[in-house]
Design a protein around this ligand. Structure first.
Ligand code: MF3
Ligand code: CO
Ligand code: CO
Length: 301
């Protein structure tokens, strides 16, 4: 069978109707990794010191919780400041530069930098890039949606949060995708508390997305967090049977990724960038939360 190089225009129109109006992006050229001054304390995966990731979900004491509060507040305040900088013409590398400097000036370390070889200080995922986009020299365009995922390592603890921002005028479909993704995150946070199964988070998010006609991408999970970037529990965002109950003192992230299309994704040759197979856009948002005696506290608010 002959495979046409150019999509049948009728099919293209159908795709557009289903997924909305936006530019499909692929990585372009980027700049070298940014510099971190000697005096900034680095996480174990950078300093080469031995790692300690707990085997089971950790219950943090008051001192550890205060450490988490501080790192999470820092991550959230930087994400908030980055928002006003996001506009057409700004490159994702500019965003990396800005956020890197905010983090360094706060005497913290940008957790993604050199984590398992990641080359930049923040993840920027535009349109059909689902997660782990590497900041590069592509200028943001009117109509893009961009997830900015910030993790800081501050006084010994990681704080992790992300948000999807609208660049200029985004079509209705894109706006709805972003809004419903946030609804999913907040619906999930509302149900968290002592003795609630971790797996309830996935069913709640899956149900809400389904009701809105959107797909949750199953490949991406939230995670326990503390002195370690990623640890137990795994927080799945779809129907699952992951064992265990939430307990006061646990800290973990919830970070659903939704699309208009199918659930399949693949990873590019750079070893990081993950894009949707069907080219549909995705939105993601993330908070680090603390389980308390009577519910959950959003540490990255
Ligand atoms: N911040 C991402 C998360 O939510 C992890 C990024 S890992 C990196 O878990 F290496 F890509 F930065
Ligand atoms: Co993150
Ligand atoms: Co995370």
């Amino acid at each position: 069978m002959r495979v046409p190089k150019v999509l049948n225009p009728l099919y293209q129109k159908k795709l557009l109707k289903r997924f909305g109006v936006y530019e499909k992006v692929l990585p372009v050229e980027t700049t070298p990794s940014r510099f971190v001054p000697q005096h900034i304390v680095k996480p174990d995966y950078v300093s080469g010191l031995s790692k300690s990731i707990p085997k089971r979900p950790e219950i943090k004491d008051e001192e550890q919780i205060n450490g988490m509060r501080k790192s999470c507040q820092l991550a959230a305040s930087i994400l908030n400041k980055a928002h006003s900088f996001i506009q057409p013409g700004v490159t994702t590398d500019d965003v990396d530069d800005l956020i890197h400097n905010f983090i360094i000036n706060a005497e913290a370390y940008p957790s993604p930098l050199h984590y398992k070889g990641f080359p930049k200080s923040v993840c920027t995922s535009v349109n059909n890039v689902a997660v782990h986009g590497i900041p590069d020299l592509r200028p943001l365009q009117n109509g893009d949606i961009i997830n900015v995922d910030i993790t800081v390592f501050f006084e010994g603890y990681h704080g992790d949060c992300s948000k999807t921002f609208l660049v200029g005028d985004v079509d209705d479909k894109g706006q709805e995708l972003v809004a419903v993704t946030e609804e999913c995150l907040f619906e999930a946070i509302k149900l968290c508390g002592p003795d609630v199964p971790f797996c309830d988070i996935g069913s709640r998010i899956f149900r809400h997305a389904k009701r809105k006609g959107l797909t949750v991408l199953p490949a991406f999970a939230g995670h326990g967090i503390g002195k370690y970037f990623h640890g137990p529990p795994d927080i799945f965002h779809i129907l699952n049977r992951y064992p265990g109950l939430m307990q006061p003192g646990m800290t973990f992230t919830i970070e659903p990724v939704l699309s208009h299309g199918r659930e399949n994704t693949y990873i590019l040759d750079d070893g990081w960038t993950i894009i949707t197979e069907d080219g549909s856009r995705t939105a993601q948002c993330e908070h680090t939360i603390l389980i308390t005696e009577d519910g959950a506290e959003i540490l990255t608010r």
